[in-house]
Design a protein. Structure first.
Length: 556
C-alpha cells in the first residue's frame, strides 16, 4: 500500500495489548532497551524534521494522502502536498514554496504557504486550479528548522487529437487559458495522541510496518528513549525526551540489520531510562510488511514539450522519473525497467536493472533519459509511450505526442447572395443564405496546406419573391493552399452538398483567399463577386464574410 494509508497509521488507537503484541511493563532492565546503538546524548532524529512528503490529489480528515501521484491531468481541481512532520522546535513554521519549472520564461515562483506545525503533525498545502492546469514540471520546496525537502511532480499535456468530419457542429466558447495552480488552503492535522486513562505515567506506541507514532502522557520529569529493532538484532535509538512527548519514527529495517525486501516485523519501544518511573516500558511489534501490490508512480518531461510540432530529423529528448518508494506498510521492490516505444509498438530504447537487491535505495527511484530521432515520412502524429515496471511486474505507462504538421482550426462566417436582374411580374429577385463553416487544415513543414471546411446554414434559403424557403444541406469543401511566415493562402474545392452562393469559392478560376498570419493566428476577409450576363437578365452572385483560424501547438 502507498502513502494513501498513512492516515490509518497515524490515527490508529492502540488498545489493550497481549504480551506477544505489545504492552506496558515495569522492569529493572529490558534486553531490548538497555543497550542501543545511539550515542549517550541521544536526540538523534533519523530522518530529519520532515519525515515524508507526497504529492496527491487531496488529503482526508485523518491525514491520509488521497490518490498519490507524480503526474496529474490538466483537468484536476487541485494538487496537494502532504508532509509528515518529525521532531521540530516549538514555533518553527513549515514553509511550502510552489514553483512552475516550465513557465513561459523558465522557472516561475507561484505562491508560498507558512504553516504552524508540531511534532507528528500531518501538514498539507493545496494548489487550486482556476481552469485547465498548465502542463509542465513543478516543484514544491518544504522547509522547516533549517531542513529542506523538495517534491517534483508534473501536469501532463492535453492529448492531441485530429478533428473528424462530423455534421451538425456548433461553435463553442473558447476554453479557459491553461494556468498553473494558485494558492489554496493549507494547514495541519494534529498528531494523534494515545487515548490513555488514569493518572499513571503512560508511554505508548502506535505501530505500522515501517512507521510508528510514539509518545508518553502524564509522565512529569521522567526521561524516555525510543528504540526500534528487527528480530533478535540490537536496538537502535531514535531520540530521548524528558516529560510528555509525541514522536513519529520511520524506522528503516536496513538500519536495524534487516532487509527492506523481507517480511520480518519491526518492533518499537518507549522506555523510562531515568526518573521516578525508571524501567517502565511500552513495546510493540508492528505487523509484517505486506507484499508489493502497487504500480510505480512516474512522470514524463521532454524537450521539446509534449504537443510541440516536430519535423523529420528532429531529436526528441525524453526524461522519465519513476518512483516506487512511497509506502509505509508494504514492501516496495523498486523500478526494474523503463522502456520507450512508439505508438505502433516499435521499441525505441530501454533500461533494465538487475535486482532487486535489499537495501539498495537506488532501486526505489530511477531517472532515465531517452532520445528519439523523428524519421523521414513520419506520421502526422508521433506518439511515444514509456512503460515502467517494478520487480513484481506492476506496470505504469506514460504517453506523449508530437504532431509533425501544424493543426489549424477555426471558423468562416459568410453570407451568399444571388440577385437576378430580370423583369417579370414581381421584378428582380434576390436570395440570401448565411453559412457558418468549421475550418480545419494541416500545415506540414513544406508549407503546402490541406484540409476541409464543413458548413451548415444559419437559416433557410430565403428569397424576396414569393418562393418557399429551402432547407439547405450541410456542405463540405476541400482546402488546399500555402503557408508563409506572414500570410496564409487558401483555395477551396467542391466536395459535397449544394452551392447557394458557396460555389463562388470553387468556381473556376478558383479565387485565392488571403489571410494575414500573426504567429499562431490567421484572419482575413472573404469578398468574392461574379456577374454573369445571360439573355434577358443579369445574375450577380456575392459571398462576403470573414475567416479566423488558429494553431495551439504550432512550431513558430
Amino acid at each position: 500500500m502507498r502513502w494513501a494509508h498513512v492516515g490509518l497509521v497515524v490515527a490508529l488507537t492502540v488498545g489493550a495489548c497481549s504480551s506477544g503484541d505489545g504492552g506496558s511493563e515495569n522492569v529493572e532492565t529490558s534486553a531490548q532497551t538497555a543497550t542501543t546503538t545511539s550515542s549517550t546524548e541521544g536526540d538523534a532524529i533519523d530522518s530529519g524534521p520532515i519525515l515524508s512528503v507526497v504529492s496527491a490529489h487531496d488529503v482526508d480528515e485523518h491525514g491520509a494522502a488521497v490518490d498519490p501521484a507524480l503526474e496529474f491531468a490538466s483537468d484536476v481541481a487541485q494538487i496537494s502536498m502532504v508532509a509528515l512532520v518529525g521532531e521540530v522546535e516549538l514555533g518553527a513554521p513549515l514553509e511550502v514554496a510552489w514553483t512552475w519549472l516550465d513557465g513561459p520564461d523558465g522557472e516561475q515562483p507561484l505562491f508560498e504557504h507558512q504553516i504552524d506545525v508540531s511534532t507528528g503533525d500531518i501538514a498539507y498545502s493545496h494548489g487550486i486550479a482556476s481552469g485547465p492546469l498548465a502542463a509542465g514540471r513543478y516543484r514544491a520546496s518544504l522547509s522547516v528548522g533549517g531542513s529542506t525537502t523538495e517534491m517534483l511532480f508534473a501536469v501532463r499535456p492535453e492529448p492531441i487529437t485530429f478533428p473528424s468530419l462530423a455534421s451538425g457542429f456548433v461553435r463553442r466558447a473558447p476554453s479557459a487559458e491553461p494556468a498553473p495552480p494558485s494558492s489554496g488552503p493549507s494547514g495541519t492535522i494534529p498528531a494523534p495522541r494515545e487515548d490513555t486513562t488514569g493518572a499513571a505515567c503512560q508511554p505508548w506506541v502506535q505501530a505500522n510496518s515501517m512507521l510508528a507514532m510514539t509518545g508518553a502522557d502524564r509522565c512529569g520529569d521522567n526521561e524516555f528513549e525510543v528504540t526500534a529493532w528487527v528480530g533478535d538484532g540490537p536496538p537502535r535509538g531514535y531520540g530521548r525526551w524528558i516529560g510528555d512527548f509525541i514522536k513519529p519514527v520511520r524506522a528503516d529495517p536496513c538500519d536495524l540489520g534487516g532487509s527492506d525486501l523481507a517480511t520480518e516485523p519491526i518492533s518499537y519501544a518507549v522506555a523510562v531510562i531515568a526518573g521516578p518511573e525508571v524501567g517502565k516500558l511500552f513495546r510493540k511489534a508492528g505487523p509484517p510488511p505486506g507484499s508489493d501490490t502497487d504500480a510505480p508512480m512516474a512522470f514524463l518531461s521532454s524537450q521539446p514539450l509534449p504537443g510541440a510540432q516536430v519535423s523529420a530529423g528532429d531529436t526528441i529528448i525524453i526524461e522519465i522519473t519513476a518512483d516506487d518508494g512511497v509506502s509505509v506498510d508494504s514492501i516496495v521492490t523498486g523500478i526494474a525497467s523503463v522502456t520507450l516505444a512508439t505508438g505502433t509498438g516499435q521499441q525505441v530504447d530501454g533500461w533494465e536493472f538487475e535486482g532487486p537487491v535489499a537495501c539498495d535505495k537506488a532501486r526505489l527511484r530511477r531517472v532515465v533519459r531517452f532520445e528519439y530521432l523523428v524519421p523521414e515520412n513520419a506520421p502526422e502524429l508521433v506518439t511515444l509511450v514509456a512503460t515502467i515496471l517494478d520487480y513484481e511486474g506492476h506496470e505504469t505507462t506514460l504517453e506523449a505526442s508530437y504532431p509533425t504538421v501544424g493543426l489549424w482550426t477555426g471558423y468562416m462566417d459568410v453570407v451568399g447572395t444571388t440577385r437576378t436582374e430580370i423583369t417579370i411580374d414581381h421584378g428582380p429577385v434576390q436570395c440570401t443564405t448565411g453559412w457558418e463553416f468549421k475550418v480545419v487544415f494541416f500545415a506540414p513543414p513544406s508549407g503546402e496546406l490541406y484540409g476541409y471546411a464543413e458548413g451548415i446554414p444559419q437559416a433557410p434559403h430565403q428569397c424576396d419573391a414569393p418562393f418557399a424557403p429551402v432547407d439547405l444541406p450541410v456542405i463540405n469543401v476541400d482546402i488546399t493552399g500555402t503557408m508563409e511566415r506572414d500570410r496564409v493562402i487558401l483555395r477551396f474545392g467542391y466536395k459535397s452538398g449544394d452551392w447557394y452562393g458557396i460555389n463562388l469559392l470553387y468556381r473556376p478560376p478558383v479565387p485565392e483567399i488571403t489571410l494575414t498570419r500573426s504567429r499562431t493566428l490567421a484572419y482575413g476577409e472573404v469578398d468574392v463577386s461574379v456577374t454573369t450576363a445571360v439573355p434577358n437578365n443579369t445574375l450577380t452572385e456575392t459571398l462576403k464574410g470573414r475567416i479566423d483560424v488558429g494553431c495551439d501547438k504550432c512550431d513558430l
